[in-house]
Write a protein that binds this ligand. Structure first.
Ligand SMILES: [Zn+2]
Ligand SMILES: [Zn+2]
Length: 214
């Protein structure tokens, strides 16, 4: 699907036990790509890269929960992509209790990150620019990524719902603050591409989100 005039195509891959939306952001001219989140069905993600004949350059985790990082190891091993995450979620990559894979009886660990991302950073690749917003609450180091007219918001906000905060180091108050100050302040037409479920817009959530009124 094409969303903007800039050299960026976005492919949403909804995969895995938790129906995670993994996003491939591709420059169709250079055939290089950025992957946002990597669930356990890494084979399907690699297959999509093959079909696009695209080379994966960066893998960005919006946060460190198991459903978003389970594919990190295999994908990095096969593609050599550089891994990026916020410093405050780095412990989740190493600790199966924090990333909650222990609850499923698996001990999930990710390779270490190559770069830490924080508020104000920009990830650039072949004319694609992803601006980093620190959006804590669901996890302490949750980030969202802003590009022309779209925001990849992970598990911060869903269509008429918000991220869970009954997890270690989660904070409902902080999540609400994040949504008010970092998401609802974006242009109203901004399309919110989230970690689970259908996309939405800032305008729609301000009007209809029952948890955080705009
Ligand atoms: Zn999560
Ligand atoms: Zn999730």
């Amino acid at each position: 699907m094409t969303r903007t005039d800039n050299p960026m195509k976005i492919y949403a891959l909804t995969l895995g036990m938790f129906m995670v939306n993994n996003y491939l952001v591709v420059n169709p001219d250079t055939r290089r790509a950025i992957l946002i989140d990597a669930c356990e069905d890494y084979q399907s993600i690699l297959r999509q890269l093959d079909q696009l004949k695209a080379e994966l350059v960066y893998l960005i985790n919006t946060h460190g929960h198991g459903d978003h990082i389970a594919g990190n190891g295999a994908i990095i091993e096969r593609t050599g992509a550089k891994l990026m995450i916020h410093r405050l979620d780095e412990p989740f990559l190493r600790d199966p209790n924090l990333n909650m894979s222990a609850l499923l009886g698996v001990s999930l660990q990710s390779p270490p990150p190559d770069r830490f991302l924080e508020e104000g950073d920009v990830v650039e690749m072949d004319g694609i620019r992803l601006q980093v917003l620190h959006t804590p609450g669901h996890t302490p180091g949750h980030i969202s990524l802003l590009a022309d007219g779209v925001a990849f918001v992970g598990d911060v906000i869903f269509r008429e719902s918000i991220g869970r905060t009954d997890f270690p180091y989660a904070s409902h108050e902080q999540l609400v603050e994040t949504i008010r100050t970092k998401i609802y302040t974006l242009p109203e037409d901004t399309v919110l591409l989230n970690g689970h479920g259908p996309e939405t817009t800032v305008r729609h959530e301000k009007a209809f989100n029952p948890f955080v009124r705009g």
